[in-house]
Design a protein around this ligand. Sequence first.
Ligand code: NAD
Length: 355
Amino acid sequence: MKARIVLLPGDGIGPEVVSQARAVLDRVAAVGGHQFIFEEALMGGCAIDATGSPLPDDTLAICENADAILLGAVGGPKWSDPAAPVRPEQGLLKIRQHFGLFANLRPVKVFPALAPHAPLRADLLDNVDILFVRELTGGIYFGERQEQGNGSTAYDTMQYSTAEVERVAHVAFQAARQRQRRLASVDKANVLASMRLWRRTVSAVAEDYPDVTVEHVLVDACAMHLMRRPASFDVVLAGNMFGDILSDEAATLAGSLGMLPSASLGQDRRGLYEPIHGSAPDIAGKGLANPIGTILSAAMLLRHSLELEEEARMIEQAVSSALASGIRTADISGPGTQPASTTEMTQAILKRLPA
Ligand code: NAD
């Protein structure tokens, strides 16, 4: 298969982890006889420095012609002045909106080898394998907002249309069909009108998927259940803000932010793939970054944008087997152990892929 993949390394550790994921994709291409054409473009703080914009038109044009986009991370202290006219994170919102990436998929899986490093008791983490499906282009992050009375009052608006909820619900139900066929839909229907619409709409979509078991969970209860019985969840469907908060909460289960991938998908096959972590300025340039979140994002890219399921699984198994062998970057190693560098971790993963 021939595919065009745009790399947006971004800032901080972004370039370090994206180069590792590229090495893994190069191996997959060589083994499977695929031709991946990589193009690199600017986004984030580095793009502001070079062009004044966090997502320059040139970058968007390159992405327009791509089958998939792999992003590192954007941002850092140099660009974090709240009074600055442009900020790196604006590039993230813009690219999601531009490509209509309304569904954010965030798998949270606890690798057995890492359970001892997670903040919850190891027995609670047995078989934790959750897929969060978060609505990404609507809700309170995109609603009307205003500060009034010299900043003494402010409001934000949470608004959803039936169509917005339907399309992300279909993504979640279809994903549930590929997994354990259980779906928890998160809302706050006891208080918010927009969330009553959410619940009504998810219930209506559920009628198309009689083979999937649905439960409606209030967001506050869900936050608690995720800590008390995380293994009971399969697919969790949530709106933009609740999905943001809950998926970050659940990320702690995996032991480190550096472990987790994500995919943002729209109506067509092209998706944006990125680790869930930020640019980690505290460790940038030191060779300490854990590349696994980005490498697993590359696996999601193969699965969702290129339909290379077998290759995606090959990468996931190689990561699992590397971790089982005991190799650890600093973020997942215990005290007194000598951590592996970013490239050593990648080499351990490459070693477990076909040559
Ligand atoms: P962060 O995720 O960058 O870092 C939080 C902590 O986790 C740090 O101690 C960091 O060293 C560690 N960490 C993160 N990724 C790691 C990895 N791969 N390997 C090892 N350790 C890792 O979050 P932050 O410090 O709150 O934010 C730093 C910058 O990143 C900010 O400018 C923020 O706006 C930006 N950010 C960007 C994104 C994105 O690009 N999608 C997401 C979150 C934050």
